[in-house]
Design a protein around this ligand. Sequence first.
Ligand SMILES: Nc1ncnc2c1ncn2[C@@H]1O[C@H](COP(=O)(O)OP(=O)(O)O)[C@@H](O)[C@H]1O
Ligand SMILES: [Mg+2]
Length: 153
Amino acid sequence: MRSIINEMKLRLPAISVNEGVARSAISAFVAELDPTVEELGDIRLAVSEAVTNAIVHAYRDLPRGEVGNVYISVRLYDTREVSVEISDNGCGIENVEEAMRPAFTTGEGTERSGMGFLVMESFTDTLSVKSKLGRGTTVLMRKYLKSLPEGEE
Ligand SMILES: Nc1ncnc2c1ncn2[C@@H]1O[C@H](COP(=O)(O)OP(=O)(O)O)[C@@H](O)[C@H]1O
Ligand SMILES: [Mg+2]
């Protein structure tokens, strides 16, 4: 049985500056497990994509002036597992399977590449996406960090 050694919950307004805030907060939190530079980079990339999606897509139908929230929950386990859950109360995704296909995007113009879910999948060990139309979306990612070298536990 694995047990939780630390837990962090954040609620941030879904505004673009908070992509960086979320990434930094999670980096600082995960540092306790002494991840490699590569592992930390992977987590930062995956988190950026998930938080950006909540900011860019989830609340696109909100009336002007209203701002939604992004909820982030991070857990560290004694087995060196990191779980990151990113959720929103936004519009939801009609067809999750289709949305996760590489290059699928509902974003307009050239700014969105449709590779967000692919990045989340590639840089973590497990990814699950749950979404309900009109209710919101939850992305759960797990990353298993390598064991520390002998004598550094
Ligand atoms: N949190 C979310 N809320 C609503 N729709 C989302 C959310 N995350 C992703 N999507 C949908 O899934 C599509 C694919 O996401 P992604 O792979 O990150 O590509 P991109 O963000 O570049 O469009 C988005 O274009 C959007 O339609
Ligand atoms: Mg995206």
